[in-house]
Unconditional design. Sequence first.
Length: 303
Amino acid sequence: MNRPSDTHAPTRTAVILALAAVYVIWGSTYLAIKFALEGGFTPFWLGGIRFLIAGSVMFAFLRLRGEPMPTRAQWKNAGIMGILLLVFGNGFVNFAEQSVSSGLAAVAVASAPIWIALFARMKGDRPTRLEWIGVMIGFIGVIWLNAGSSLRASPAGLIALLIAPLAWSFGSIWSRGRDLPSPFMTSAVQMLCAGVVMSIVATVRGEHLQTPVTGHAIGAVVYLIVMGSLIGFSAYVWLLHHVRPALAGSYAYVNPVIAVVLGALLAHEQFHLNDLVPMAIIVFAVLAMTLGKAKRGTPAQAK
């Protein structure tokens, strides 16, 4: 059920800050995941440790502030979201990054807004023409940006990258109108449930952390917990409650740009001036989606 506080339209500043968080922070998590995997962490232990810690911290903080305990139905709904968005969405990206190129991973994740728009259309939410134009232009820009990348991948990695954006997109749309606690408590419950499931998956798969784990890897995990989960993921959940699906999913077009720049600066990955053209196209696509959303106004949480 929706709470009265959810019926108020968010301020433009709040939306901009939340979008900046998912655009910039999540764009940097690709490199952090890479460092963590190279430094001794395994895919599902990485996710399990990350989300159990982040979820526990956020849950405890919210309860101390007087946030009510979620109902059984809210635990169930938020848990399903956690499995779809984090176990399948994030966990499968972790798994894929063991064997696929960063370019292919970026292209695969960039398909999320297209799936989000299609799933939203199936639920009766009709994106505007400008939003559709933004979706298609953005995808073209990401393909162009990664055209020179090495697209090597194992069959398992390819399958994981196919499932990840599908699960994330479906979960994002499935969540709208569900009986959920407040956005931040929803985020905490999702991370707790996903952390438990991913830890079980890691145990069943027989994953073992390499020893010793490097300092770079530990630092990367701390960054993923604080910035990627506590701040970035919470901002995304908040956006799902307050803006149109196509705009909430537009992060997938900006993240590859951030990832390319950070890869060049911090991991000495190649970066050329001709990459600026597709980056500009991606920014234009986000602008088109934003204008398309503005034409219809910003709705409150879907009922």
